[in-house]
Write a protein that binds this ligand. Sequence first.
Ligand code: ADE
Length: 230
Amino acid sequence: MNKIAIMGAMPEEIEPIISKLDNLKETKYAANTYYEGSYKGQNVVVAYSKIGKVFATLTATSLLEKFACDMLLFSGVAGAISPDLNIGDLIIADGLCQHDLDITAFGHPYGYVPEGEVCIPTDVNLRHIAKEVAKDKGLSLVEGVIATGDQFVANPERKDWIGETFKAHALEMEGASVAVVCSSLEVPFFILRAISDSADMDASFNFDEFLESSAKISADFILSMVEKIK
Ligand code: ADE
């Protein structure tokens, strides 16, 4: 049977999932708490990383290496770049890039380091399952590039630059770290985000207002995916 890692960045992003688990067991590891349990008979390990790429890398690695998960689903919120994405809308990443990775001084493109990739693709199978869940629930799902960086973006110029440079539809602060870890360890992964703000002048106010509701939309969707993964 699969052991599915479910990861968020903040407590609000995983609380709606942990509250639905059976046989819950908490383990402290690497200055974090990991929640092992089951959902409708499926074994899962759930954790939030704390915000940003470094903590996300640590948590994703721990979920795979210490807890031996064989796939990873990320659930959380994002800032919209695409004007078609409104608060509460769901986006799945077809690929992840790092918008703050810059060695352009050496002639490389933004987001690229030697032996890496600008955009790391997510697992096609898991995306397919997400589309089936969306169809069952009558929800619309946008699929596109999500850009990651160690910045809360609340600036229209920065947001537009990220959108144009990486053809990105949304931005957040952890997804590309999960992508680097999972692709390196050859573990299938999936990144889902519900929009909490539009990365503009109102972003911090909107984020505070909509974090909890958007995080729950994403978490509920992830639980439906867990049910479908056999
Ligand atoms: N996650 C949600 N909104 C965000 C924003 N505006 N910038 C970075 N990460 C986010």
